[in-house]
Design a protein around this ligand. Structure first.
Ligand SMILES: Cc1ncc(C[n+]2csc(CCOP(=O)(O)OP(=O)(O)O)c2C)c(N)n1
Length: 550
C-alpha cells in the first residue's frame, strides 16, 4: 500500500468516514487512493472555508470527527475562520493538509509556506508526517487527539512523497481514555452551595446541552431553586417540546449582567466564565458580578454529564420533576414580513427532528422564540463569532444525518463568505432549506457603531455597512449554483415556500426580504437604554431584559 491508501484505511477504521476536500497537486495521491477505500466518502467543496465548516457541522451532528483535505498553507489559511469556529465549539475535526515532497522544501517553490504556523492558531495538535512508515501512526494519534475530550482540531500535514511512498500499513487508533468525573469533594462543595438557599446558577455548555445533561440540570434546579443558564453560543443544543427550556446568556453584556446580577454562586459545567464578546468604552469585560463565587463542577476534559449525574445524586434530586417546555406552535402569520413574523413562520412549520444551523445574526435573538415549543430539534450556533459558518455547517450536518431535515437560517452578509456551499448542497442533493434573510445590510454593525461610542457615521462609514447598490439577487445566485429558489416578501409567500421546500427532497433556498431589526432612532437610543438598565432595581431590569431579549 502507498501512504495515502494506508492513511485513508486508518482514518476509516478509526471512525473518520467523511472527508471534505479541496485538493491540489500535492494531494493527488490522496485523491487517487479514495477509490481504493469505499467506506470513505469524499465531498468536494469549492472553497476551503466550506470544507472546514462542513467538517465542523459533520462533527457536531455525528459525534465523530469529519476530515478535510486542504492544499498547503494557502488552502489551510482559506479555511481558517471556520476552523476557528470549530475550535471554539470544541468540535472534533481532522485536518489533512498536503505539502510539498520533503526533498522539494529546500528549493522554496511558489507554494512553499510555514503550514505549521498557520495551523497552530486553531489546532493544538499539529504534526508534519516525516515518512511513509510513520504516517498511519501519526494519523491514529491525530484522530485520538481530535476526539478528546475536549474535541479539538488536529492537523496532520502530509508531504507528497510521504503520501506516494510504498510500504505503509494501516494502524488502529489507540483506545480512548475514559475522562474523569468530578471528584466527590467537588461534588459535595457544589451541592452545599446549591442547597444553601443563596442565589445560585448553573451555567451549562458544550456536551451538557443534550437531553441527559439538560434533564439532570433541570432536576437539580427543581430540587434546589438554582437558576439555569446556557452559554451564549452553543455548539449543539437539543431543544423543543418536552425538553428543559433554558435561558441563553445574552450576547449584549448589559443584558447578560442583568441575568447574572445578584448571584452568590455560579457553577460552571463544560462552560467558561462569562465575559463580554467585545470590550466597550466604560463597560466591564468580566461579567461575573462582585461577590459571586465561581465553582467548576466539570471542565471540558472531564465526564461532564457523569459529573452532573453525581451532583444529582448528592442532592438527592433524582425524583425531582424537571420543568420542561410545553408543546405549542405560533399561528401561521400573514401580511408584510417582519422579523417577528419570520420567527412565527418557522415556529409554525419546524418539523420533528429538524437540525438548525443558525447564522441569522441580528435575527438570532428572535428565531429561538417562535420555535421554543416546536417538536424536538437541534440548534447549532456561531461558536467562534467568525461569520461564514452557517451554510457550510448545514452541508456537514445534512451529510451526517441524511434522514433529518436541515435548515440554515442565514443572514445575507454572512452568507456571501461561503456561498459556494450551495453548489455542494446541489451536487450532493442534501435536504437543506436555506432561509436567506436579506436585509441588505451588515445590520449588527450599525448597532455596534452606536455602542462603541463612535461618532454618528458619515456617508463613507455607512457605505461600509450597507449591502445594497447593487442588491444581491440571492434567488438567481442559488439557481446558478444548482439550488431551486424562490423569493418571499409576505408571510404567506414565506410559508408557501417553506411548505414546498419540506415536501420536495434536495436543497432549496428561500430569499426572505426582511426589514432590519432596529430603526435608526432605536439604534441611537440603545446605548443609553442599556446603560440605564444596569441602574434599575433587579426585578424591573430582569422584566425589561426579557422583553428586549426574550
Ligand atoms: C470572519 C469575519 N469577518 C467579519 C466579521 C465582522 N462582522 C460581524 S457581523 C458582520 C455583518 C453581519 O451582517 P449580516 O450577516 O448581513 O447580518 P445582520 O447583521 O444584517 O443581521 C460582520 C461583517 C466577523 N464577525 N467575522
Amino acid at each position: 500500500m502507498n501512504g495515502a491508501e494506508a492513511l485513508i484505511r486508518t482514518l476509516v477504521d478509526a471512525g473518520v468516514t467523511t472527508c471534505f476536500t479541496n485538493p491540489g497537486t500535492s494531494e493527488m495521491h490522496f485523491v487517487a487512493a479514495l477509490d481504493s477505500v469505499p467506506e470513505m466518502r469524499a465531498v468536494l467543496a469549492l472553497f476551503e472555508g466550506v470544507a472546514t465548516g462542513a467538517a465542523d457541522g459533520y462533527g457536531r451532528m455525528s459525534g465523530s470527527p469529519g476530515a478535510t483535505l486542504l492544499h498547503l498553507g494557502p488552502g489551510l489559511g482559506n479555511g481558517l475562520a471556520n476552523l476557528h469556529n470549530a475550535r471554539r465549539g470544541k468540535v472534533p475535526l481532522v485536518n489533512i493538509v498536503g505539502d510539498h515532497a520533503t526533498y522539494h522544501v529546500k528549493y522554496d517553490a511558489q507554494l512553499q509556506s510555514d503550514i505549521e504556523t498557520v495551523a497552530r492558531n486553531v489546532s493544538p495538535w499539529v504534526r508534519t508526517s516525516k515518512s511513509t512508515q510513520d504516517l498511519t501512526a501519526d494519523a491514529a494519534e491525530a484522530v485520538a487527539a481530535a476526539v478528546g475530550p475536549p474535541g479539538q482540531v488536529a492537523t496532520l500535514i502530509l508531504p507528497a512523497d510521504v503520501s506516494w511512498g510504498e510500504g505503509a500499513e494501516p494502524r488502529r487508533a489507540p483506545e480512548l481514555a475514559v475522562p474523569p468525573s468530578a471528584s466527590a469533594e467537588v461534588v459535595e462543595t457544589v451541592a452545599k452551595a446549591l442547597r444553601g438557599g443563596r442565589q445560585a446558577a448553573l451555567l451549562l455548555g458544550g456536551r451538557t446541552l443534550r437531553e441527559p445533561g439538560l434533564m439532570a440540570a433541570a432536576r437539580i434546579a427543581a430540587a434546589t431553586g438554582a437558576k439555569l443558564l446556557l452559554e451564549t453560543f452553543p455548539t449543539r443544543l437539543e431543544r423543543g417540546a418536552g425538553l428543559p427550556a433554558i435561558e441563553r446568556l445574552a450576547y449584549v453584556p448589559e443584558l447578560a449582567s442583568v441575568q447574572l446580577n445578584g448571584l452568590r454562586y455560579l457553577v460552571l459545567v463544560d462552560a467558561k466564565e462569562p465575559v463580554s464578546f467585545f470590550a466597550y468604552p466604560g463597560a466591564e469585560s468580566y461579567l461575573v458580578p462582585d461577590g459571586c463565587e465561581v465553582l467548576v463542577l466539570a471542565a471540558p476534559d472531564q465526564d461532564v454529564v457523569g459529573s452532573l449525574g453525581s451532583l444529582l445524586e448528592a442532592i438527592g434530586a433524582g425524583g425531582a420533576e424537571p420543568a420542561v417546555q410545553p408543546a405549542g406552535r405560533p399561528e401561521r402569520p400573514t401580511g408584510e414580513l417582519t422579523p417577528e413574523k419570520v420567527s412565527e413562520a418557522i415556529g409554525a412549520i419546524l418539523p420533528e427532528g429538524a437540525i438548525v444551523s443558525d447564522e441569522s445574526v441580528t435575527l438570532s435573538a428572535l428565531l429561538p422564540v417562535g420555535t421554543a415549543g416546536a417538536p424536538r430539534h437541534d440548534w447549532m450556533t456561531l461558536t467562534g463569532g467568525a461569520i461564514g459558518q452557517g451554510l457550510p455547517l448545514a452541508v456537514g450536518a445534512a451529510i451526517a444525518c441524511p434522514d433529518r431535515p436541515v435548515f440554515a437560517f442565514e443572514a445575507d452578509g454572512s452568507s456571501m463568505y461561503t456561498i459556494q456551499s450551495l453548489w455542494t448542497m446541489a451536487r450532493e442533493q442534501l435536504n437543506v432549506t436555506v432561509l436567506l434573510l436579506n436585509n441588505r445590510s451588515y445590520a449588527i454593525l450599525n448597532m455596534e457603531l452606536a455602542r462603541v461610542g463612535a461618532r454618528a457615521g458619515g456617508p463613507k462609514a455607512r457605505a461600509q455597512l450597507d449591502l445594497g447598490e447593487p442588491d444581491v439577487d440571492f434567488a438567481a445566485l442559488a439557481r446558478s449554483l444548482g439550488v431551486p429558489s424562490s423569493r418571499a416578501e409576505t408571510a404567506e409567500q414565506l410559508l408557501g415556500a417553506l411548505d414546498r421546500a419540506l415536501a420536495e427532497p434536495g436543497p432549496h433556498l428561500i430569499e426572505a426580504i426582511v426589514p432590519t431589526m432596529f430603526s435608526p432612532l432605536q439604534l441611537r437610543a440603545m446605548p443609553h437604554a442599556l446603560r440605564a438598565l444596569g441602574k434599575l432595581p433587579r426585578p424591573m431590569a430582569a422584566a425589561l431584559k426579557r422583553r428586549l431579549y426574550p
